[in-house]
Write a protein that binds this ligand. Structure first.
Ligand code: SAH
Ligand code: SF4
Length: 461
């Protein structure tokens, strides 16, 4: 998401006459886009700021700015704590940057951290830098109001709002015309994407309504009642996916992230209908314990989650499933932890992002709960999850041996320039001998070997 935002910032600034450089020694302004999700993300930024001091001593005109969630979270305080920072800009204020830089140039310190209910940067054509020319991100919604008890995002990214579908489809078409072959639609909870055309504004309400209701069953009924999704003037996520998939059968479409409570059968049916919608669903579970999920305010139970996994397997038998999990949330017992391991054994994820719980200021957890699982216990539980997941991923990959996949070639392998790598629809990386193939092409590859992270293959025909 930050990469996508940096591309928007790049576009805003280049339009105002600034030029991008990858060479830090050539830069007059250094903009650091930041994450606040866990404390260690912020500590890395603090470290980077200390490292920049030497450069700023030598080139005293160089100004450093902090963008994104850490700027939003700390606001003015960050300017006070880090005296080599000249400006801070929250995620909804990037249009102000050109103006701000003019002031900063004259020696002023600036902070813009107002959150917006409507900003989606829909009209801004992102500058694609740091790109392979094949895959690109398209931000389709911003913000989140699910208020999971551990999470800082609702406070740093503001209310949920969806972007005009026309502008999304246009961006996908333009990328395809430029030679891109894969787009990933991005949002904190893409399933609650909803655009209301008549009023010309997006519906941020749906998420809020759901946030107010605590009952999973009631929500599901509500979702179904709401899903007059084909109705005139209103576009929901399944319909948006369909429109983007129809740009071209040669354009792969991915999306992240779906909240389990909102993963509808309708979306799975749309995915089944379109070969170019990739068969990979990221469905963050966070915990396998019913009690912890409740305390986290995730608004689903393990049973509900497993029911969604069954639905995925039913409609999309070859779909890969990935997840996020947190070890050591407040009050987590050994039994809760075992329930998480059990969830991993049941679902058999293809990949997982696994984190130690990090208490974030201002969240529900910070205000009402205690960070009472000792760090060494968190570490041990995390290691157990990582070990289990590593074994499962290896077994899953071993089952791929002998299968043939259509692979979108992304580039030359880091290990050997005689090899290429790409991904299958399930988002698994496959490395194979290059032959006469080129990045950007599709190739049919037979899997011959694997590790827990990578498949190795050969051209099938
Ligand atoms: N909107 C996405 C998640 C965005 S944050 C979703 O709800 O699925 C990405 C991941 O970071 C989360 O899924 C969670 O696993 C992790 N995370 C968020 N806050 C955290 C915290 N305080 N400590 C540890 N991990 C956290
Ligand atoms: Fe954070 Fe929950 Fe929103 Fe994801 S859904 S961004 S975890 S509050």
């Amino acid at each position: 998401m930050n990469l996508a935002d940096s591309e928007i910032v790049g576009s805003i600034l280049t339009k105002s006459g600034y030029a991008l450089t990858r060479d830090i020694d050539a830069a007059d302004y250094i903009l650091i886009n930041t994450c606040a999700i866990r404390d260690n993300a912020e500590q890395r930024i603090r470290k980077r700021l200390r490292e920049l001091r030497a450069l700023q001593r030598q080139r005293q005109w160089v100004k450093v700015g902090i963008l994104g969630c850490m700027a939003e979270r700390l606001k003015q305080q960050l300017l006070e704590e880090e005296d080599n920072v000249s400006f801070i800009v929250g995620p909804d204020a990037y249009r102000k940057l050109p103006d701000m830089l003019a002031h900063v140039h004259d020696g002023e310190k600036m902070a813009e951290t107002l959150l917006s209910d409507v900003e989606t940067y829909a009209d801004i054509d992102p500058v694609r830098y740091d790109t392979n020319g094949i895959s690109a991100y398209i931000s389709i919604m911003r913000g989140c109001q699910n208020y999971c008890a551990y999470c800082v995002v609702p406070y740093t990214r503001g209310k949920e709002r969806s972007r005009d579908p026309e502008s999304i489809v246009r961006e996908a078409q333009e990328l395809f015309d430029k030679g891109f072959r894969e787009v990933t639609l991005l949002g904190q909870n893409v399933n609650s994407y909803r655009w209301e055309a008549e009023s010309g504004k997006q519906e941020a309400e749906s998420g809020k309504r759901k946030a107010e209701s605590g009952d999973v069953e009631a929500e599901s009924g509500e979702r179904k009642a709401e899903s007059g999704e084909g109705s005139v003037g209103s576009v929901g996520f399944p319909e948006l996916m369909e429109r983007v998939a129809e740009v071209s059968p040669l354009l792969r479409v991915r999306f992240a992230t779906s909240h389990p409570k909102d993963l509808s059968d309708e979306l799975l049916q749309v995915m089944a209908r379109h070969d170019n919608i990739c068969k990979c669903i990221h469905l963050p579970v966070q915990s396998g314990s019913e009690r912890i999920l409740k305390l986290m305010n995730r608004r689903y139970t393990p049973e509900w989650y497993l029911n969604r996994i069954e639905a995925i397997r039913h409609y999309l038998p070859d779909c890969s499933i990935t997840t996020d999990v947190i070890a050591g949330f407040c009050t987590e017992t050994e039994e809760d932890h075992q329930a998480t391991l059990e969830m991993f054994r049941k679902v058999r994820y293809d990949y997982a992002y696994m984190f130690k719980f990090s208490m974030r200021p201002n969240t529900y957890a910070a205000k009402h709960l205690q960070d009472d699982v000792p760090d060494d216990v968190k570490t041990r539980r995390l290691e157990e999850i990582i070990a289990l997941q590593g074994a499962i991923a290896l077994e899953n990959n071993q089952k791929e041996i002998g299968k043939v996949y259509e692979v979108l070639i992304e580039g030359v392998s880091h290990r050997s320039d005689q090899q290429l790598f790409g991904r299958n629809s399930q988002n698994k990386v496959i490395v194979f001998d290059r032959g006469t193939l080129q990045p950007g092409q599709y190739a049919r590859i037979r899997v011959t070997k694997c590790t827990s992270a990578t498949l190795i293959g050969e051209v099938a025909e």
